[in-house]
Ligand binder design. Structure first.
Ligand SMILES: Nc1ncnc2c1ncn2[C@@H]1O[C@H](COP(=O)(O)OP(=O)(O)OP(=O)(O)O)[C@@H](O)[C@H]1O
Ligand SMILES: [Mg+2]
Length: 643
């Protein structure tokens, strides 16, 4: 039975209950500084990134797979190039369960010495590229250890590394796990193998195996796409890809030489901030400020040193110890005004327009290709260079917006397109001026691929996952200028093509009636129809050919420029491949694609021509500019399927 309690009794019991809680309500709200101090402690960088894995590109299983492959392949390419070895890289993805994959990446690089293996793979922010100023794919010292950490977090499985540094050296197999609370590696097992020839036939290389929660799916932003684009930007490398369904895709190298070696440079004085300058002064081993400026920076000659010191009212022989905050600030201000040469650019190795064009030719089934490369420029003291390639028409889908292929230091960037400076430069460019349609704040439309490549000693990525280039004014300006240069050539081509179509239509109309006219003339004047036909045909040709030559605003000169331009390729056989239905036949010259597959389009409607008695067969006219640049399309796609 429920106990009945009177209101008085209830008051009493309430009072008792409150009395019990009293000490708590008197306690001041919040914690004391002492209490807070007990909770304050260092956070290991690995703990931070384990919580914020999306910052490293591990925000979903599909992207995690791509990031893992990308980090390992980028490292392999960097290592091979640094060692002067033509890269041969194998990527194998094995599926263990629906959501679990085992990724193995093997290279023929120089290998990693045993004592460094645990640091390279077991510590975040540990690497050889962060402190130097030289173009390379990696720069942060996070990539591969983060991939290993993600694998460990999602599957509990350690990373397996096999590395061999030379024919005479044993291969080391190290199995390790990262201790995220310490940002250090725990070695699970290590084995020495005297021979490992089946893995490293050249006697050196590295193999990394990571098991992770992931999803494999082909298409945009996939491992396949990353490898395809990496192959475009690295024609000197060869790749083999074994997909989860055991299909093997291979991409052979098309260039047998390594790109020239990028040289390491010292920082440029204009690129550093006051705080960094003060730190450098505190840490330098130079004795005097003059020698410090010359030794620690590039482009500071004795005369530049004198100019800086004079401007800062400091003697260049002043000992470093006597340089205080005021002097450092004066030197910093002087650096901003004194004339100093731009940093050297041999730390950059752009692809070059030729390689860029040949990469696009292999990967994109277009009819027109143009490329442009800007001279090197500087942002925040870091040298950088922009190169751009355009591919238009051919078999590219006409209705879709332009596809943008973004690269930084030869690495394809597949995510965060709209946050990237290169995207902004594309939508900033007025493509309508080059004959393409474009809506406000969008990419141009209609069968266009835009490739933008930035090379820099330090690429300013928007986050640690290295997916988008930060929007610096200097970088955007250079990208726009490069796009405009290549775009102008496309514009000339498109105007010419439109005009050519118009002229071909005119010629067809002439030709349609010439036969009838010749016969009528013979009836009236008695001149043989064949003679009149030949004369009129010649006349029609000259008229339309003349018009062909006055194609654009700049007239013949421009035509010659396009013909002679090494940065333009026109594949005559692909012209109008996607729009054959409307294209008059004469637009497609004699060289018709034999191996290039065309979209199943209806046969073009050719106007019926009248044939005179014994008239010579009409040969399709190939307008001059298209003959000059005619080339055979490369066969096959990027990858050939193997056994
Ligand atoms: N396959 C490899 N062969 C030789 N050295 C390697 C290989 N992979 C990694 N390394 C070494 O390990 C270091 C760390 O690699 P990691 O990917 O973590 O950082 P990173 O490449 O320097 O920079 P990022 O974080 O931008 O990728 C590299 O700097 C390189 O010296
Ligand atoms: Mg790396």
């Amino acid at each position: 039975m429920p106990t009945l309690v009177s209101s008085k009794d209830a008051d009493v019991s309430d009072a008792k209950a409150t009395a019990g809680k009293q000490p708590e309500s008197r306690k001041p709200r919040g914690s004391t500084a002492e209490e807070m101090a007990s909770g304050q402690r260092e956070i290991a960088v690995s703990e931070f990134f384990a919580k914020n894995r999306h910052l490293l590109g591990f925000d979903n299983p599909r992207k995690a797979l791509l990031t893992t492959v990308k980090e390992a392949v980028d490292n392999s390419l960097d290592a091979c190039e640094e060692a002067g070895i033509l890269p041969e890289i194998t990527v194998e993805i094995g599926q263990k369960s629906e959501t679990r994959f085992r990724v193995t990446i093997r290279d023929n690089g120089p290998g990693i010495v045993r004592r460094q293996i645990e640091h390279v793979f077991g510590r975040l922010l540990y690497g050889s590229k962060f402190h130097r100023l030289k173009m390379s794919r990696g720069q942060q010292g996070i990539g591969i250890s983060a991939a290993g950490m993600y694998g460990l977090m999602t599957t509990g499985q350690p990373v397996v590394i096999v590395s061999k540094t030379g024919k005479q050296q044993p291969a080391h197999e190290v199995i390790l796990k990262m201790d995220t609370s310490k940002n250090r590696a725990d070695i699970v097992k290590e084995t020495e193998h005297a021979e490992m020839d089946e893995l490293f036939p050249q006697g050196h290389g590295t193999q990394v195996t990571i098991e992770l929660e992931a999803r494999y799916q082909k298409g945009r932003q996939s491992v396949d796409e990353y490898l395809e684009q990496t192959a475009i930007a690295n024609p000197h490398a060869c790749f083999a890809f074994i997909a989860p369904d055991a299909t093997r895709l291979e991409f052979q190298r098309s260039v047998k030489e390594l790109p020239p070696e990028a040289k390491e440079i010292k920082p440029h004085p204009r690129g550093i901030e006051l705080g960094t300058l003060i730190q450098m002064i505190e840490r330098t081993e130079c004795r005097a400020i003059g020698s410090f400026l010359q030794e620690e920076f590039c482009r500071v000659s004795p005369s530049v040193t004198r100019a800086i010191c004079d401007h800062a009212k400091v003697k260049n022989t002043t000992t470093i110890g006597r340089i205080g905050h005021a002097e450092a600030e004066a030197i910093f201000k002087a650096i901003q005004v004194v004339k100093i040469m731009a940093p050297p650019t041999d730390c950059l190795v752009p692809m070059g327009t030729k390689a860029l064009l040949s990469g696009l030719l292999r990967g994109v089934r277009a009819e027109f290709f143009s490329a442009s490369m800007r001279p090197a420029d500087v942002y925040r003291g870091n040298p950088f260079q922009i190169e751009v390639g355009l591919a238009y028409g051919g078999e590219l889908p006409k209705e879709e917006p332009a596809r943008i292929l973004r690269f930084a230091n030869r690495v394809p960037l597949l995510y965060q397109q709209s946050a990237c400076c290169s995207w902004k430069s594309v939508i900033d460019t007025n493509w309508r001026a080059y004959g393409l349609s474009q809506s406000r704040d969008s990419a141009p439309e209609g069968g266009l691929v835009v490739m933008i490549h930035m090379v820099s000693a330090w690429v300013p990525f928007t986050s640690e996952s290295k997916e988008a280039i930060a929007d610096y004014d200097e970088i955007r300006k250079e990208m726009k200028l490069a796009l405009q240069e290549a775009g102008r050539k496309l514009g000339i081509y498109l105007k010419r093509r439109a005009r050519m179509r118009h002229e071909t239509d005119r010629r067809d109309i002439f030709e349609r009636y010439i036969g009838e006219i010749s016969k009528a003339c013979e009836g009236i004047t008695g001149t043989p129809a064949k003679k009149v036909f030949d004369a009129l045909t010649r006349l029609a040709k000259t008229k339309t050919e003349q018009a062909d030559q006055d194609l654009d605003d700049e007239g013949n000169v421009v035509e010659k420029k396009l013909e002679q331009d090494d940065n333009v390729v026109i594949l005559a056989e692909r012209i109008g491949a996607a729009e054959q239905a409307e294209a008059p036949t004469d637009l497609i010259p004699e060289v018709r694609p034999t191996k290039v597959s065309r979209p199943a389009a209806a046969k073009p409607k050719t106007p019926k021509r009248s044939t005179p008695p014994a008239a010579p067969a009409q040969t399709p006219t190939v307008p001059a500019p298209f003959r000059v640049k005619e080339r055979k399309a490369p066969e096959g796609g990027l990858f050939e399927e193997g056994k």
